[in-house]
Design a protein around this ligand. Structure first.
Ligand SMILES: [Zn+2]
Ligand SMILES: [Zn+2]
Length: 199
């Protein structure tokens, strides 16, 4: 610590110049002291050269627009162009429009199947759900798409492994558990039982 030659207060060496200028600007000794101190190394606090940053409103707007465009582009690229397990469709079921009721049971408890499986901002796939009722909508548009889809296709769209069910029924009749069971129209009802299934 240094001491101010005028008021004797303790001052850090690098702050003494500023102290003199701020506290004793009119003292008769100040100009001489300042002159002398300026010649001494370490008296002036190392300060990064700072230029006042001037940002206009226009620049802010342009940066925000660029960020927004980048976000929208990223969203469209990742959701729109990424290939989906099944084709994107019109939603009017031009080839056919069927519904199969799917029930999933995990350790004896019904599992809620999410709404909007197979539906994104840019694509509705041939197999999808609209609500949490477990109703699978099957809506191919073209003759090429108009095949019979399977419960395994639905799990693909959902992004879930089919796994190893312990039991499976179709319209109340037990069948060999497997993903190749077809999805037909109402009143088609498939029940899949698992020891443990996490939706
Ligand atoms: Zn439907
Ligand atoms: Zn639909």
């Amino acid at each position: 610590m240094d001491h101010c030659p005028i008021c004797d207060v303790a001052v850090r060496p690098e702050n003494l110049l500023r102290h003199l200028n701020d506290i004793h600007p009119r003292h008769p000794d100040t100009p001489k002291l300042v002159e002398r101190l300026k010649a001494e190394p370490g008296r002036i606090a190392a300060r990064a050269p700072s230029r006042p940053l001037r940002v206009s409103r226009w620049q802010v707007v342009i940066v925000l627009i660029v960020i927004l465009l980048a976000a929208v582009t990223y969203y469209l690229v990742t959701n729109g162009s990424r290939s989906t397990p099944l084709a994107c469709i019109s939603g009017s079921g031009r080839a056919y429009h069927w519904h199969t009721q799917l029930t999933i049971v995990s350790a004896g408890n019904p599992v809620t199947i999410p709404a909007d499986i197979g539906i994104s901002f840019t694509c509705m796939q041939i197999l999808h759900t609209h609500d949490t009722s477990g109703l699978i909508h099957i809506e191919p548009d073209t003759p090429e798409q108009a095949r019979v889809y399977t419960v395994g296709d639905f799990f693909n769209v959902w992004g879930k492994p089919f796994g190893s069910p312990t039991r499976m029924t179709v319209n109340g009749t037990a069948v060999a558990p497997g993903p190749t069971v077809g999805l037909y129209n109402t009143p088609e009802a498939i029940v899949i039982e698992y020891a443990s299934f996490t939706p």
